[in-house]
Design a protein around this ligand. Structure first.
Ligand SMILES: NC(=O)c1ccc[n+]([C@@H]2O[C@H](COP(=O)([O-])OP(=O)(O)OC[C@H]3O[C@@H](n4cnc5c(N)ncnc54)[C@H](O)[C@@H]3O)[C@@H](O)[C@H]2O)c1
Length: 334
């Protein structure tokens, strides 16, 4: 299978390695800056280099496109590829807003080309273990999750609203949001209340956020997002779930199951180490890529696909609106 990658930055290198680890080929890179393109091509043995995606699409000869560019390019690049019938794996957030995300979903449905959104935590070993065990805590009543960088934050395009759409919520909070939703079996959001602001640096996107999401399964999720924060109670995507019959958490990953008869709480440990050597391990991205490859081969439907990505964009849009208005914002899905 022949892959092209657009963007030759941080995440693109992880995807290139994932493709190669899945025994597939990266045949083309599309990158705005020729020096970055050349270094990337040489590192991964790529023969075709382009400055703009349209040139690649004219030449064709690729089976799939991975999009790892700044957020404002996700929708135009995905639309161009999907409309040419090329399957797309697009980074999170899938677009600048839900309107763009919906256009991408429609383009995929019309052309039949697969659209997958890189909500990578769905492929993490701890997350998958916890999802498998979660029935043991009974119905989930509430969750707490974290998408926070302490004492640092990104620079450049990430901090410009026109290029990124949103700040720490769109960059980091979305990991915690998607992880909570995935663990609960993808309930639909009903409403959102958010307090979002910029307090630590001078840019026009958010560096601090608290959002509260009401889900149609009756649960409520409390999510913290941030860059440059002085403290975080949890690592990226760390999530705690309070069930009617027990408690579950990621990082460290375990269950706490009260046994009223024995008057004690049993702790069920996942056996996975925390902290990890790398909190975002290559194996998670490899598993994500393997799923995308299965989807391209028609062996599965991309999950998370455009629909899951769109739900996250609806929550983000509602959260930013809630922060502007100070009101609870209802969300209509389906
Ligand atoms: N899932 C994750 O764990 C994860 C981690 C990091 C980043 N991301 C996401 O990946 C995306 C990229 O982030 P990054 O950290 O790799 O950014 P980056 O700045 O390191 O890389 C982006 C690259 O895109 C290039 N580029 C810009 N405009 C372009 C265009 N029009 N055509 C081609 N190339 C262009 C830039 O020159 C740069 O090389 C973002 O959406 C981000 O949210 C996801």
């Amino acid at each position: 299978m022949k892959f092209a990658i657009v963007g030759a930055g941080y995440i693109a290198a992880i995807h290139a390695l994932a493709i190669q680890n899945c025994s597939e080929q990266v045949v083309a890179v599309v990158e705005k800056y020729s020096d970055k393109s050349a270094a990337f091509a040489s590192r991964f043995g790529i023969h075709r280099q382009y400055a703009v995606l349209e040139e690649l699409l004219k030449d064709s000869g690729v089976d799939a496109l991975v999009i790892g560019t700044p957020n404002f390019m996700h929708a135009p690049q995905a639309l161009a590829a999907l409309r040419s019938g090329i399957p797309v794996l697009v980074e999170k957030p899938m677009a600048m807003n839900a309107v763009e995300a919906e256009q991408m979903l429609v383009a995929s449905q019309k052309s039949g080309a697969a659209l997958m959104v890189a909500h990578c935590w769905r492929f993490d070993q701890d997350v998958l273990w916890l999802k498998d065990q979660l029935h043991r805590i009974g119905p989930v009543l509430r969750t707490k999750g974290y998408g926070v960088h302490t004492h640092w934050g990104p620079a450049g395009w990430f901090t410009q609203k026109q290029l990124a759409g949103g700040g720490a919520l769109a960059d980091m909070g979305i990991h915690a949001l998607d992880t909570a939703r995935f663990l609960m079996g993808d309930p639909q959001p009903v409403s959102v209340y958010a307090r979002i602001g910029t307090y630590y640096k001078d840019f026009d996107v958010d560096d601090t956020g608290v959002i509260i999401v009401n889900w149609d399964n009756g649960a409520v999720s409390y999510i913290e997002s941030g860059w440059w924060q002085p403290h975080s109670d949890g690592a990226e995507a760390a999530t705690q779930l309070y069930g009617r019959q027990g408690f579950a958490q990621l990082f460290p990953t375990l269950l706490e199951l009260p046994d009223p008869e024995k008057k004690r709480v049993e702790t069920v440990k996942s056996g996975f180490k925390f902290p990890r050597k790398e909190h975002c391990p290559q194996s998670m991205y490899d598993a994500q890529m393997a799923h995308f490859i299965e989807a391209i081969n028609g062996k599965t439907v991309p999950f998370p696909g455009g629909e899951e990505g769109l739900v996250n964009m609806k929550v983000l849009d509602a959260a930013y609106r809630s922060a502007r208005t100070g009101k609870v914002v209802e969300i209509h899905t389906g």
